[in-house]
Design a protein around this ligand. Structure first.
Ligand code: FAD
Length: 428
């Protein structure tokens, strides 16, 4: 590697991402390190696909293998609009053609086992793949064990809709069939879980639906915590837009759901039982099973990492990104998974080229729609500090409490633009 390239790479933090990536690119004949290397990625969601594309863009000669059982991906962001009948599920569905066209080898198979010492992945088809680096990006698993009475079967009548697809459509259809004057109840888990503001965006859009189509119906939110993302903004907007249609109860109100009686559509808390016509249970979560079987999770059920490189703190050469990773202050969001996918790819390319990791910062913005024309957001900037992604003091923030209608409308448009942009960047 030339001195000029090394100098450029050392100055990494001062350069834009594209320059950083260009600086890692192999020569036309390929650097021996990337030409003979294979990176296997488990999971073709926002994190895994971003990492695959970034690796290929930085090192066209690198063998990048993406393992994903599904032939199309159904995105969770904006799926709450489907629940409210404001969007078709087809608009949430994306294919892998563009990713494949970049030269990423896609195996539509499921990773069953990983031997992180031998650096080998076994697939459902029994095929085996060795790797030089692994990127584990399998997202979450719903932890049915943590909520008595709730199960995969129970989800057929009391949908979670936390994995977009048929579950989203089921919840939408149940809302449509809700009797006028009926009740919808939601069970919301304690942290950490996928998309911290997601349940409250869903509540908002369900309330919007009720106001339009079932004006006498009510929505009850039973929350296992007392504080939630953008809480003052959500609560003020609910009052203004939906009056007393939405009732939120937190842990201190005894509202944490400890059991589900699926046959009677009832949520059980310490002191009460709440029966409803439509029940949406968002259960506790943990890293997807394959991460656990690969011995990449700790007692929390999530994967500890070295923040700067996303390398597992349990096994070398295995990196974990997206919802499955413990990224502390960084929320489990598509925005974050996308940023992490780019950074992990860059760090792997550097490591394959014998270069030290760069020091950098990541950011996240989560938009939420409180109604189709009313958007709010929260943003943060994070820096790697050992095993931690820590919030940068004095950075980020949320939408103002007293914004005029025009600003809420503008933020709703920014949310739509963000979704178009990220899905185009990842799948387009
Ligand atoms: P995923 O996107 O879940 O991808 C994981 C992939 O791994 C899946 O395709 C899965 O099939 C695959 N996989 C699992 N196991 C295996 C295996 N054994 N072998 C091979 N492949 C496997 N985020 C935002 O930024 N903004 C939003 O507005 C937003 N709204 C949301 C609304 C809702 C209702 C929900 C539920 C989530 C929302 N999110 C939002 C969060 C976002 O969807 C997730 O944070 C994001 O999808 C995480 O990306 P990921 O790549 O880690 O996991």
């Amino acid at each position: 590697m030339s001195i000029r390239r090394r100098t450029l790479l050392k100055q990494g933090t001062l350069l834009p991402f594209t320059a950083l990536l260009a600086s890692c690119q192999s020569s036309p004949t390929g650097s021996s390190d990337t030409r003979n290397a294979r990176v296997v990625i488990i999971g073709g969601g926002f994190g895994g696909v971003t990492a695959a594309r970034t690796l290929k863009a930085g090192a066209p000669d690198l063998d990048v293998v993406l393992i994903e059982p599904r032939r199309s991906y159904v995105a969770c962001p904006f799926s709450n609009l489907v629940v409210a009948g404001l969007r078709d599920i087809k608009a949430q569905t994306f294919g892998y053609t563009a990713v494949e066209a970049m030269g990423v080898r896609i195996l539509h198979d499921r990773a069953l086992e990983v031997d992180p010492v031998a650096r080998r992945v076994t697939l459902d088809s029994r095929a085996e793949l060795s790797y030089d680096r692994l990127i584990m990006a399998p997202g979450i698993e719903l932890n049915y064990d943590a909520l008595p009475g709730y199960s995969r079967d129970a989800a057929n009548s009391l949908p979670h809709a936390w994995d977009a697809g048929p579950q989203t459509v089921l919840l939408r259809d149940q809302l449509r069939a809700l009797p006028e004057g009926g009740t919808v109840a939601m069970a919301i888990p304690d942290n950490p879980y996928r998309c911290p503001p997601g349940p409250y965006e869903r509540a908002s859009l369900i309330a919007w639906y009720l106001k339009q189509h079932k004006p006498r119906a009510k929505l009850l939110l039973l929350d296992a915590k007392d504080r939630f993302s953008k809480q003052p903004l959500f609560m003020a907007a609910w009052k203004t837009l939906y009056g007393d249609r939405v009732e939120w109860l937190g842990r201190s109100d005894g509202a944490a759901v400890i059991e589900v009686d699926a046959a009677n559509r009832t949520l059980i808390t310490d002191f009460d039982q709440h029966q409803a016509d439509v029940v949406n249970v968002i259960p506790p979560q943990r890293a997807a099973a394959v991460a656990r079987r690969a011995d990449l999770t700790d007692r929390t059920g999530w994967c500890p990492i070295d923040a700067a490189t996303f390398e597992s703190s349990r096994h070398r050469a295995a990196h974990v990104i997206g919802d499955a990773a413990i990224a502390n202050a960084m929320p489990k969001s598509a925005f974050a998974a996308n940023a992490q996918g780019r950074l992990v790819a860059l760090q792997i390319l550097r490591s394959l080229n014998d270069l030290p990791p760069i020091d950098t910062k990541l950011m996240n913005t989560c938009y939420s729609l409180v109604s189709p024309d009313y958007g709010i957001s929260v943003a943060g900037v994070y820096a790697a500090d050992g095993p931690l992604w820590a919030s940068q003091p004095g950075s980020g923030g949320a939408s103002p409490m007293d914004a005029p209608d025009g600003q809420r409308k503008a933020e709703a448009n920014y949310a739509r633009a963000w979704f178009r942009h990220i899905t185009d960047q990842v799948f387009g």
